[in-house]
Design a protein around this ligand. Structure first.
Ligand code: URA
Length: 447
């Protein structure tokens, strides 16, 4: 076979056979197909899409690029969660230890920052010493001993996603249903789970901005998981403003620690409790999602969720002392505030642009070799619907890079719309999708 011919075929809208996909992807993982040819192929898929058959072959080939971990000797129903990517989306950092503290084993393979969105791995690696590249044996041992493990794709597990994800991040080839489905499900089906909860984001800060595309992505992900014999539910959640107050790596770890210690950041904790409740229910520890949510809340209030986080951080080599005494952490060299020049109410955020500005500060990558600045970040002081007065601090911006913070501050001013009437609070979660279809979702009141 010839890579150029396969790129031509996809570019012309043709459907590749399973053998052709396998030849291309296996060649890429082995280093026979270079990045530039894979980039061209990914861009062709971005524009031309894939048929259902191609998409399912693509996911399957990605999955079998590495080992499928067998966790059958670890007692309990193993459940994981994955998000399709958002701005300020730190849910995994709170949810994984919270659900593990409820007695449900959580083996989690996450991603790095992708496009304008942040990644759990980059956030975890901002904790000094934290190792996300465990061997299969270490992965197995940590989940068996702590009920929780947090890693990334490795040379052994989901290697095709590891390489292709890094390439998509910097080649503008993220927003494609078959590419997202293959990337997510190849990781999730390799990690040894029995059930999966998906957070499929919609709105300006999501990869799928239009609601109908979000529904299509959710259905595709649920179908792949169900076909593989897993119980899967997906929630369609809003990404019209950053989740919580922080965007960046270390700042998001700090906000997560505050929530693990009981702080209620309403939009963030609503999503965390609902997804966590669904995991506890799928894990057989609750009779309903609502009962699972109550258990999750108890795990936070009792301190068990935070203790579980400290335990896994230490177990994976991280220095938990920085979580207990964050003032020890290295300070960013530059820090500026964006001040409001008017009175009113926050009407909306240009969420995707805020994510892009966070990457420009150094919280994400613009080239594959870029090194993340863990201290780079944006802290919102106001959220949609909040009252604003002239002179109020709207946003705090920090980074090590010279000259960038002032420019980002000026551009952030254009990302926040202040109006004269207060926007009423909107539901954060719109619907739930399972193998039977889609239903509207209304979050039960917990407090
Ligand atoms: N998360 C992933 O793991 N992959 C994608 O392509 C998008 C979100």
């Amino acid at each position: 076979m010839n890579p150029v011919e396969l790129i031509h075929k996809k570019r012309a809208g043709g459907a590749l056979t399973r053998q052709e996909i396998s030849w291309l992807l296996d060649g890429y993982v082995a280093g026979r197909i270079p990045d530039y040819q894979m980039s061209a192929f990914l861009m062709a898929v971005f524009f031309r899409g894939m048929t259902e058959e191609e998409s399912s072959a693509f996911t399957d080939v990605m999955l079998h690029s590495g080992v499928m971990v067998d966790l059958s000797d670890v007692p309990g129903i193993k459940v994981d969660k994955h998000s399709t990517g958002g701005v300020g989306d730190k849910v995994s950092l709170i949810l994984a230890p919270m659900v593990a503290a409820c007695g449900v084993p959580v083996p989690m393979i996450s991603g790095r920052g992708l496009g304008h969105t942040g990644g759990t791995l980059d956030k975890l690696e901002s904790i000094p010493g934290f190792r996300t590249n465990l061997s299969v044996e270490e992965y197995h041992k940590v989940i068996a001993e702590t009920g929780l493990v947090l890693i990334g794709p490795t040379a052994e597990i989901a290697p095709a996603d590891r390489k292709m994800y890094a390439l998509r991040d910097v080649t503008g080839t993220v927003e494609s249903i078959p590419l997202i489905a293959g990337s997510i499900m190849s990781k999730k089906l390799a990690e040894g789970i029995d059930a999966l909860v998906l957070d499929v984001k919609t709105g300006d800060g999501a990869f799928m901005k239009k609601y109908e595309d979000t529904v299509a992505l959710a259905k595709a992900l649920v179908a792949i998981g169900t076909h593989a014999g897993k119980r899967v539910v997906a929630f369609l959640t809003e990404m019209d403003q950053p989740l919580g107050f922080t965007i960046g790596n270390w700042v998001e770890v700090l906000e997560s620690v505050e929530c693990l210690r009981g702080k209620n950041v309403p939009d963030l904790m609503e999503v965390t409790y609902v997804l966590g409740g669904a995991m506890v229910w799928l894990g057989g520890k609750a009779r309903s999602i609502e009962e699972g949510m109550k258990q999750c809340r108890s795990a936070i209030w009792s301190g068990l969720a935070y203790q579980k986080f400290l335990e896994v951080v230490r177990r994976q080599g991280g220095d938990a002392g920085y979580l207990e005494q964050p003032e020890r952490y290295r300070k960013p060299r530059h820090r500026v505030d964006l001040i409001s020049k008017q009175n009113g109410y926050i009407e909306s955020f240009a969420t995707r642009n805020i994510g892009v500005l966070a990457t420009e500060l150094g919280a994400g990558r613009q080239k594959a070799a870029d090194v993340i600045d863990p201290t780079a970040g944006i802290v919102l002081k106001k959220k949609t619907g909040d009252r604003v007065r002239t002179g109020d601090v709207l946003v705090e911006i920090m980074a090590d890079r010279d000259a960038v913070v002032e420019r980002v501050r000026d551009e952030l001013a254009g990302c926040i719309t202040i109006g004269q009437t207060q926007v009423p609070p909107q539901p954060r979660i719109r619907a739930i999708v399972d193998s039977e279809g889609i239903k509207p979702w209304s979050t039960p009141q917990l407090y």
